[in-house]
Write a protein that binds this ligand. Structure first.
Ligand code: FAD
Length: 280
């Protein structure tokens, strides 16, 4: 397989809150990539499978974590996305929301654009943010739409239980700041293959690569509870952004983190003062 086949676009910058940031990233045709990866592999209906028939089961069921023990970890964010025939932005574009979360416009090739929003406050809040971004674009221009919950807590343990080994979002490998999980999912699959014979080595390799996610999630939970970020928290998004190919310099990084956190806290404070807010 050659990577080039799946690129819908390659970019040396993105635009976040109107600021141009250096980047080295690609937008890929994920469905085509998955189709080619699975190829002629025989697909089993999960309900008709007996796990005992297999030497090893890979839990790659994402948020569902269908085979490993269930976990309840926060924050969870709610993402909605549509693909539209519309004027395509020149580079991937994102806007941080003062209500928490962010919205994005990604060029998707063939005169189409992926527009999406995510919010920690549910699908309605995410849809509301999406409306602000799509503005006057007619919904009948939509080619398709999707939505999903994303667990932004960082690692979800256990990674392995008996013959079941987890990868990707099933073991929490989604970046808490960006909610991006595609690269960590593929990377964990590679780490699993490299450490096929040792559960311990696999866990260590995952934690070495993505242990930083827990710190990010703790800072986000702290912020969402209405607290100021500490000065060291401001640098946490660096790894998050690097994972998806963004390379902001120090000042750009600080600017984004401080502005995002301040807007969120101001918005939270104005809601608390609002007379329409019910006292408990
Ligand atoms: C709207 C939206 C937009 C996103 N945009 C981005 C983005 O731009 N960049 C990025 O990096 N990340 C993005 N993410 C997050 C990213 O999609 C996931 O983190 C990533 O796909 C996780 O990969 P995975 O292989 O672990 O799981 P998934 O891609 O979620 O795949 C899990 C698969 O398991 C299947 N499944 C579930 N239960 C069972 C079962 N019981 N038996 C068998 N199969 C089952 C599901 O149908 C699914 O096909 C987005 C998420 C959403 C919801």
């Amino acid at each position: 397989m050659t990577a080039d086949k799946y690129f819908l676009g390659k970019y040396d910058h993105v635009v976040v809150n109107g600021r141009r940031l250096k980047a080295d990233l690609a937008i890929i045709d994920k469905p085509a990539f998955i189709r080619d990866l699975t190829g002629s592999v025989l697909l089993h209906e999960p309900d008709t499978m007996n796990l005992g028939d297999f030497d090893r089961v890979i839990d790659a069921t994402g948020y569902k974590r269908a085979f490993l023990p269930a976990v309840e970890l926060f924050p969870v964010v709610y993402a909605v996305q549509i693909r539209l025939k519309a004027k395509t932005p020149q580079a991937p574009t994102a806007v941080l929301s003062p209500h928490g979360g962010y919205s994005w416009l990604f060029p998707a090739g063939s005169g189409e654009v992926h527009v999406g929003s995510l919010s920690p406050f549910g699908y309605d809040a995410a849809r509301q943010a999406l409306k602000c971004v799509t503005g006057g674009i007619a919904q009948d221009n939509a080619v398709c739409s999707c939505r999903g919950e994303i667990r932004c807590h960082g690692q979800a343990h256990p990674f392995v239980q008996g013959r079941i080994w987890g990868i990707g979002e099933a073991i929490g490998l989604v970046d808490p700041v960006t909610a991006a999980g595609i690269i960590p999912a593929m990377t964990s699959a590679k780490l699993l293959v490299e450490n096929w014979d040792s559960e311990d080595d696999y866990s260590k390799a995952v934690l070495k690569k993505y242990g930083y996610m827990m710190k990010e999630a703790a800072a986000l939970n702290h912020l969402m509870a209405g607290n100021l970020l500490s000065s060291s928290d401001i640098f946490l998004p660096k790894q998050a952004l690097e994972t998806i190919g963004l390379q902001p310099n120090l000042f750009e990084l600080m600017g984004l983190a401080i502005q995002g956190a301040r807007d969120f806290l101001d918005n939270l404070a104005s809601k608390d003062k609002s007379p329409s807010r019910k006292e408990t």
